[in-house]
Design a protein around this ligand. Structure first.
Ligand code: MLT
Length: 246
């Protein structure tokens, strides 16, 4: 039987122990963008917490085969090819290229759990694909790690953790009460059960959702709220490198 722990931010992930599988969530917008880019044909997404390290590593890549994706505070980092909008990840833009990505929070969450035996990324858009992947493998201990915002709780990442738990219960046929391993997991499920009929409304209520609305990213929120719309599972092939088929 799997035990599912939810941690709202990378800072809350315990220093001791590690899961059989870590599921990293950053609904607005890093893990939504990763799923979208890989489905659109990107060769890989390589994530960095540090912008200078991203620039140094990506400089070794042919510029026709790379895109530098930089976001801080919801805005595009100056000098980068693009920010972190999933709507920019069209096949024409990303097809065959490696995305070298650094975002405010999502890439830090991945760094926090990259030593786990298995790491996948989830968002509302690829929730069911991730659940099907988990059910097929049945890891004994699963950590769902939200990204939050600079160490603070985020509604959107927690509701996604709840969405995963709700679907694990129905897809696996196991009562959620036998899956949830900490209070945060129980609360995440309750949040999804309360909000699932209008996830876009919840994204509009979320603090980072409001920040993105203030920057004109209304269409991004609408896209990020589309539950189960992308059937892909980004998987870590090597530390910091996510692909569809490792
Ligand atoms: C993050 O890393 O916190 C998000 O991806 C930021 C964003 O893209 O708005």
């Amino acid at each position: 039987m799997s035990q599912v722990f939810v941690y709202h931010t990378p800072e809350l992930v315990p220093d001791a122990g590690r899961p059989d599988c870590a599921v990293v969530v950053d609904v607005l917008r890093a893990t939504t963008t990763m799923a979208t880019a890989l489905q659109a044909g990107a060769e890989a997404v390589q994530v960095f917490s540090d912008l200078q390290q991203l620039l140094d590593v990506s400089a070794t890549w042919p510029d026709s085969k790379r895109l530098r994706v930089g976001e801080r505070g919801g805005r595009v980092v100056e000098g980068f090819d693009m920010g972190n909008s999933p709507l920019d990840c069209t096949p024409a833009c990303v097809g065959g290229k490696r995305l070298f990505m650094s975002t405010t929070n999502g890439t830090r969450s991945l760094a926090r759990v990259q030593a786990s035996p298995a790491v996948v990324t989830a968002a509302l858009v690829n929730r069911q694909a991730v659940v099907d992947w988990l059910v097929a493998r049945r890891p004994a201990v699963i950590w769902i790690v939200g990204s939050g915002w600079e160490g603070s709780y985020s509604l959107e990442d927690t509701v996604c953790a709840g969405a995963i738990l709700a679907s694990l219960e129905t897809t696996w046929g196991i009562p959620a009460s036998e899956l949830t391993a900490n209070d945060e997991a129980v609360a995440a499920l309750a949040l999804f059960q309360q909000a699932h009929t209008n996830l876009l409304q919840l994204l509009h209520q979320a603090s980072h959702g409001r920040r993105l609305l203030g920057l004109g990213y209304d269409a991004d929120l609408k896209y990020c709220a589309q539950l189960d719309s992308i059937p892909v599972v980004p998987q870590q092939r090597e530390p910091g490198v996510l692909v569809l088929n490792p």
